[in-house]
Write a protein that binds this ligand. Structure first.
Ligand code: G3P
Length: 214
């Protein structure tokens, strides 16, 4: 399973990368807005750290505007993936970008049929938002199960990025279901590594060592 990191913060990306846990990066306009500096500069700096896919999102809502932004973003580096919102205009843009060989991530997916349409339009990736569905008591991971089944039924190559991840259980369930990728906030990445029995066991080993050999 691939781990992407869901942040535009360079320190977080560098730290996660040094752990060997970054197969790619996802950003969105809200994450970019939290950071200092111009959008394009932030994306370039992320691409200097990470050689996997770096997702940068358009802010236009019409097909023409999305395509203009996408063409510009795709020229920044060859590992850029353009995030396109799941709308009719977004599907049109996705289809054109796919024909042009530009990688896309159709984002803000909340239903299996939206994901089916995105795959039919040729999306490289889709991003179902599990946390935001859970917030409405709608079981985000059930959506992921449905997507895995639908894409397998029809042999779509579109990869599923489980997004809006809020806790380690989301990551565990996504892995058990067989999602291709989970994109993790930095805080969740830290939680995956931690276990109180690891800390307790390590302390006991070191205490014993210091008593006997220290
Ligand atoms: O990148 C999109 C996504 O992961 C957003 O997460 O926590 O704002 O729902 P969240």
């Amino acid at each position: 399973m691939k781990f992407f990191i869901d942040t535009a913060n360079l320190d977080e990306i560098k730290e996660a990368y040094s752990m060997g846990m970054v197969d790619g990066v996802t950003t969105n306009p809200s994450l970019i807005a939290k950071e200092e500096g111009a959008f394009e500069e932030i994306i370039k700096e992320i691409c200097d750290i990470v050689d996997g896919p770096v997702n940068a999102e358009v802010i236009s809502t019409d097909t023409e505007g999305m395509l203009k932004e996408a063409h510009h973003l795709a020229k920044i580096r060859n590992n850029i993936v353009v995030k396109i919102p799941m709308t009719v205009d977004g599907l049109k843009a996705t289809r054109t970008l796919t024909e042009e060989g530009i990688k896309t991530n159709v984002t803000l997916i909340f239903s299996p049929l939206q994901a089916l349409m995105a795959a039919k339009a040729g999306a490289t990736y889709v991003s179902p938002f599990v946390g935001r569905l859970d917030d409405l008591a709608q079981e985000g991971l059930v959506l992921v199960e449905q997507l895995v089944e639908i894409y397998s039924n029809y042999a779509y190559d579109t990869e599923i990025i489980v997004a809006s991840v809020r806790n380690p259980v989301h990551v565990l369930d996504a892995a058990v279901i067989g999602a291709d990728i989970a994109t993790l906030p930095f805080a969740v990445l830290g939680k995956l590594a931690a276990h109180p029995l690891t800390d307790k066991g390590l302390k006991a080993f070191l205490d014993d060592w210091n008593k006997g050999k220290g």
